[in-house]
Design a protein around this ligand. Structure first.
Ligand SMILES: Cc1cc2nc3c(=O)[nH]c(=O)nc-3n(C[C@H](O)[C@H](O)[C@H](O)COP(=O)(O)OP(=O)(O)OC[C@H]3O[C@@H](n4cnc5c(N)ncnc54)[C@H](O)[C@@H]3O)c2cc1C
Length: 518
């Protein structure tokens, strides 16, 4: 049974909620573009003396709010749901006492992000839990490839490809501290062109192309296929290799940790930090039209292009709106969370040490599964990303019990139940898995979108991240965060550098707003 994690939201009634909107005037006496069509009777939000309003308290909305508060703005953050976090929340989805990450679970991007690094450990208050190894990728026959923190140890497990792995990864890791900030940024003049060029030469390739040219054995090829499949693109397309190399690089550089107590701790930490800087947060505040907001304030939206078009109600310049309507969303996700009576009974040694497990077998099998999703099909043996948190963070489940989290890719908007196919993939590498399941919660694309409207059709990255749309999201513009409407900015993962819990979209959007608004 699909169980939605969305909750009924009761809007908090601000003092002026029932006030009819008077078409407010932008400086210069003209109605702001989105207010030209103000509907009388539309409910206004009382924003008080806030001079910057951020809509949506996902990691990027929170990051944008923090940057604005740091720049001296008085910030009001409005969130539709009754908790902050967006794709960074934790809830008891199955049984009492079992705490599941509703969306994001594993956070290499957060710990590597320049934005997160600008907040001290004390201010954020998140305990990062590092599992024994970042990733295991079991193969048929009871063996597994292991991505370890150490480049050398990882290479040693790749047999004949030891040298090839060292040559591909070690220089990137050496340049990692310079490289990562450039990867988590919009297109701009590189500060370290040599390291970026070295990364780009391999990253621009497809994962299958890079794997087959660099690696001879199944183990290294499968490992790269699994990490590259996080791109949610067919693996024979450019730049899927870049996604794989980035995630492998992060495993070596910073690890793939989880947040103690669940991903909600990250969102709560950001919210606390924002409030310590004087920012205000109101949950239960869904903004359906921009006309609900005073147009003379700076407004940042943690929403995707489709929502922006709807919220603007025809008030955007035609060319910009048409470009937003052409924005492409990618495949969706089908997710399962389990309450378990014991740890997953993996066959291969070392898999129990991993926080993340990639289930999909060989490079060919993973590539076929991802290609099928792009053709609009549901693979019989999907590529599954699984996280096992409770062995490393006992706070996730009652004593002696466990949790696990997994998803596979499906066509956008799919309504096909993939739970049995996901569980068959787990059972393939952990026979007896079915016997330890106490309860499960499933969320297909529609439940994910109900939980957070930014997951359009189940797309978890706020839009396709191929070459055409990775840096030119949401549209081709010198400053992708600004819009043609003065004072209106986008700050979601539909802007560069795209999906993931890193806050960099919000951070860059806020800096753009401060630049434009003075
Ligand atoms: C199943 C799943 C697994 C994932 N796994 C990982 C992972 O392991 N690691 C990782 O780094 N990333 C992961 N991600 C991706 C990550 O969660 C997102 O990229 C990230 O949350 C994007 O942040 P955001 O702030 O742009 O948007 P979101 O997190 O989507 O937040 C948007 C917020 O805006 C609110 N909102 C939207 N419209 C309105 C409105 N009109 N009025 C008021 N509020 C509104 C929403 O309620 C939501 O709270 C995963 C995502 C999913 C769904």
């Amino acid at each position: 049974m699909e169980r939605s994690a969305s909750r009924a939201v009761t809007p908090r009634r601000g003092p002026d909620l029932d006030r009819s909107v008077r078409p407010s005037r932008a400086a210069g006496g003209q109605p702001a573009p989105w207010n030209r069509r103000v509907q009388v009777g539309c409910q206004a939000v009382d924003v008080g003396d806030a001079d910057a309003i951020v809509v949506g308290a996902g990691p990027n909305g929170l990051a944008a709010s923090i940057e604005l508060a740091r720049a001296g703005r008085s910030v009001l953050l409005l969130e539709a749901a009754d908790t902050v976090g967006g794709g960074c929340r934790t809830a008891e989805l199955t049984l009492p006492g079992f705490r599941h990450d509703v969306c994001s679970a594993i956070h290499p991007l957060a710990v590597a992000s320049p934005f997160f690094r600008s907040i001290s450990q004390e201010e954020l208050g998140v305990g990062w839990v590092h599992p024994g190894v970042p990733l295991a990728h079991p193969l048929d026959g009871g063996e597994a490839v292991v991505l370890e923190r150490s480049v050398e140890a990882t290479a040693a497990g790749l047999g004949a490809d030891r040298g090839a792995y060292l040559r591909a990864i070690a220089p990137l890791v050496d340049a990692g501290e310079r490289l990562v900030p450039q990867l988590l940024a919009p297109l701009r003049m590189p500060r370290h062109p040599v390291s970026l060029a070295r990364f780009g030469l391999s990253g621009i390739r497809s994962a299958t192309g890079l794997s087959r040219s660099r690696f001879r054995g199944e183990r290294a090829r499968a490992l790269l296929a699994g990490v590259a499949a996080h791109s949610i693109l067919p693996l024979d397309r450019s730049p899927t290799a870049a996604f794989g190399l980035t995630l492998a690089l992060l495993a070596h550089l910073v690890g793939w940790p989880m947040a103690r107590g669940g991903s909600q701790a990250i969102a709560d930490g950001l919210a606390r930090h924002l409030e310590s800087l004087g920012g205000r947060i109101e949950t239960g505040r869904r903004i359906t039209a921009l006309s609900e907001l005073p147009p003379d304030r700076t407004i940042l939206l943690d929403v995707t292009p489709r929502q922006l078009v709807s919220m603007a109600q025809g008030g955007l310049p035609g060319r910009y709106e048409r470009a937003l309507r052409r924005y492409r969303y990618g495949p969706g996700v089908y997710k399962v969370d389990w309450a378990l009576s014991s740890p997953i009974p993996w066959t291969a040694p070392r898999v129990p040490e991993a926080g993340t497990v990639h289930l999909g077998g060989s490079l060919e099998e993973v590539a076929d599964a991802e290609a099928a999703v792009w053709r609009g099909e549901h693979p019989e043996r999907p590529f599954v990303v699984l996280a096992q948190q409770s062995p490393f963070d006992p706070s996730r489940a009652p004593a002696g019990r466990h949790t696990a989290w997994a998803y596979c890719h499906v066509p956008n908007g799919s309504s096909v139940d993939m739970a049995a196919r996901i569980e068959a993939q787990v059972e393939r590498f952990a026979p007896g898995f079915g016997d330890v399941i106490l309860a499960r919660s499933t969320m297909g694309p529609s439940a994910l979108e109900r939980h957070d409207p930014n997951h359009v059709g189940g797309d978890i990255n706020g839009g396709i991240q191929d070459l055409r749309q990775l840096f030119t999201r949401p549209v081709v513009r010198t400053d992708p965060y600004s819009t043609p409407v003065p004072g209106l900015f986008l700050c979601s993962s539909s802007t560069p550098p795209g999906g993931g819990v890193h806050g960099m979209c919000g951070s860059f959007a806020a800096r753009s707003a401060v630049r434009h608004r003075g």
